[in-house]
Design a protein around this ligand. Structure first.
Ligand code: PBG
Length: 324
């Protein structure tokens, strides 16, 4: 029935009518809170390009995890900033590394929270690349995946429930899966950053994680702006044993989220990355955009695109808002 008999506006006339016909829901259960844990500090260090986000000592990480858990956020993802970096990321594989210490402290103090750890070398290498370098100065895929497997194991021994490789080396999911299985961790899940684009929207994260590449860029391993290639990446990761796949960055890749969900029907994460957060924060601080409305609109768009869960720096604030 066309206009004027049919009028779409009838169901938009009140908040409750709009709530009744809302097709998508955003719940606290969808949120994963990222945290940066830094060795050798006693107080939080602000990250200038991400207002309200800090590098934290372990005790403060535990505090944030308690707040998340109280608000019923199901999971956190940890990134580590070690005391020392070198060419081969030695700090990444130690049993007493900073992420491992944080995992143990969370597990000792916060009941039931799912702890995910980021597995990647860029925070641990002095050159800032996500892997170790060959003699030719290129990131050496096959040598790197051995170290990534050795990085994941201490996280899991410390109590991590899920490991999340974000490096974009080929074969790393399979390599990590077999390392976990042969060490008695067959029940630990892998959340793979499967379709991770070489994106300008990670800029603020590199300040947060102190991981800016000292030469070149990440285009030798992260994806170009392609579509079908993302599906191949996801297919390979599922084949290698990924339990959850991720698309990153979220806002510039909503179409990819949808295609991945429709093609594979597996648990799907979106990463609402640092640049997306920083853009809204900066515009809001200038008085040019309403931060609360903008962030909800973004998160709903990710859900509509097909995401089952969203890594977002707004996790605490949004969970707080949803709980009211
Ligand atoms: C590490 C990693 C990055 C992000 C998550 N894990 C940065 C990068 O690849 O350069 C980005 C997250 C964000 O921007 O919020 N490889």
């Amino acid at each position: 029935m066309p206009f004027p008999e049919m009028r779409m506006r009838r169901l938009r006339r009140s908040e409750n009518l709009r709530r009744m016909v809302r097709e998508y829901s955003l719940s606290t259960a969808d949120l994963i809170m990222p945290l940066f844990v830094r060795a050798g500090i006693d107080e939080p260090l602000p990250i200038l390009s991400m207002p309200g986000v800090f590098q934290l000592p372990v005790a403060h990480v535990v505090e944030q995890c308690r707040r998340a858990s109280d608000l019923e956020i199901p999971a956190v993802i940890l990134f580590g900033i070690p005391a020392a970096k070198n060419a081969v990321a030695s700090e990444a594989t130690r049993d007493d590394g900073i992420v491992q210490s944080a995992v143990r402290a969370i597990k000792d103090n916060v009941e039931g929270l799912v702890v995910i750890t980021d597995v990647c070398l860029c925070e641990y290498t002095d050159h800032g690349h996500c892997g170790v370098l060959s003699d030719a100065g290129e990131v050496d895929n096959d040598a790197t995946i051995e170290i990534l497997a050795a990085q994941g194991l201490p996280h899991v021994r410390a109590g991590a429930d899920v490991v999340a490789p974000s490096d974009m080396m080929d074969g790393r999911v399979g390599r990590i899966r077999s390392a976990l299985d042969s060490s008695g961790f067959k029940d630990v899940a892998i959340m793979s950053y499967s379709a991770k684009y070489a994106s300008a929207f990670y800029g603020p994260f590199r300040e947060a994680a102190d991981s800016t590449p000292q030469f070149g860029d990440r285009r030798g391993y992260q994806m170009d702006f392609n579509g079908d290639e993302a599906l191949r990446e996801v297919a390979m990761d599922i084949e290698e044993g990924a339990d959850i796949v991720m698309v990153k960055p979220a806002m510039a890749c909503l179409d990819i989220l949808r295609r991945v969900k429709e093609t594979f029907r597996v648990p799907l994460a979106a990463y609402n990355v640092s640049g997306e957060f920083a853009m809204v924060k900066a515009a809001a601080e200038a008085g040019w955009i309403d931060e609360k409305k903008a962030r909800l609109e973004m998160l709903y768009a990710m859900k509509r695109a097909g995401a089952d869960m969203i890594v977002t720096y707004w996790a605490l604030e949004v969970a707080d808002e949803l709980s009211r």
